[in-house]
Design a protein. Structure first.
Length: 317
């Protein structure tokens, strides 16, 4: 019997953050995470005694679909992807079924077969594994099996462009990770082999800061682990980024600079992107300009959570 994996959502949208902002992507959001990030949005992220955590107080009894959950403005905005309180809303399936559901999510009026290579634009969508934490061991194994399933799917014929669409594989695979999970030998063997996946692998690493997310450094900041991601991507001519959330406070920027330096010392030289804190447009707008100025004056890239502006950060976008 095939192993089944628990996930919260499969959807088709655009990448909203960092290097590939605006690029069409298929999304698989895994369940479970080793961090909670309850400090996000709190008046004092470093004082758990003052936290307000609406995901804990929310009455889930009348909710039957994860898509009907609200966007919480305090704590992790995707806490439903790891809190046991919401596990009954999750989905469970084997890799083949998940791959078929991803294919279904890609289907539109102009892409009726749901292929990564779009028959209308002749551009190839990306695949994004997110969470939760998409590099926990079970999720690493799931990614290997799902790509194996994609490889077995035929691509079809592009009538407008007059050629075969080839194998149904994404142009790039992104793992949106907190950067704390060691790569398994199986993952390294699969995605370190062009014969398995010949397109780009991309690690979007979002380290969680004590002064922003309330996660202690010894647990949340793992430069040596991220250096392993960097080396794998470098060998495979892949890419990556370090992506931080910050407000305008001096202590948060001091921590950003300290942590970036730790990653540089470990040999991680990916570009750094900074996004303003806030799960809603209103929260981001309050500090976005100040955060952007602090970022570019330090030589960091500036990012906005574009899906929040486009879709209100609703689940499934």
């Amino acid at each position: 019997m095939s192993k089944e994996y628990v996930y919260s959502e499969i959807f088709n949208s655009v990448q909203g953050e960092g290097h590939y902002t605006g690029v069409p992507s298929a999304w698989l959001r895994f369940f479970l995470c080793n961090l909670q990030c309850d400090g996000f949005g709190q008046k004092d992220p470093t004082n758990p005694d003052t936290y307000e955590l609406p995901y804990k107080d929310f009455d889930v009894s009348s909710i039957t679909r994860v898509e009907d959950l609200p966007v919480w403005d305090k704590g992790c905005d995707s806490s439903y992807t790891w809190s046991k309180k919401y596990k009954h809303l999750m989905h469970k399936a084997d890799a083949k079924t998940i791959a078929l559901r991803i294919k279904d999510a890609l289907k539109t009026e102009t892409n009726p077969e749901g292929t990564f290579r779009h028959p209308h634009s002749d551009q190839t969508s990306h695949m994004c594994f997110t969470g939760g934490e998409p590099l926990m061991k079970h999720a690493q194994q799931a990614a290997i099996e799902i790509i194996q399933e994609f490889k077995q799917m035929s691509g079809g014929w592009n009538k407008r462009m007059g050629h075969s669409m080839g194998s149904n594989l994404p142009a790039s695979i992104t793992w949106e990770t907190n950067g704390t999970q060691e790569l398994t030998d199986e993952f390294r063997s699969a995605f370190g082999n062009k014969g398995f996946f010949s397109n780009e692998i991309f690690f979007s690493v979002s380290p969680k800061l004590w002064t922003v997310a309330g996660e202690k450094r010894d647990k949340a900041i793992c430069p040596d682990i991220v250096a392993d991601y960097y080396q794998l991507a470098d060998v495979m001519k892949g890419k990556g980024q370090l992506k931080f959330v910050a407000g305008p406070s001096k202590e948060q920027w001091e921590e950003v600079d300290e942590v970036v330096d730790l990653f540089r010392q470990a040999g991680v030289y990916w570009p750094v992107w900074i996004m303003p804190t806030g799960a809603t447009v209103e929260e981001q707008d309050a500090d976005a300009g100040a955060v952007a100025k602090l970022a570019y004056e330090r030589g960091y890239n500036v990012a906005a959570r574009v899906h929040t502006y486009l879709f209100g950060n609703a689940i499934g976008t």
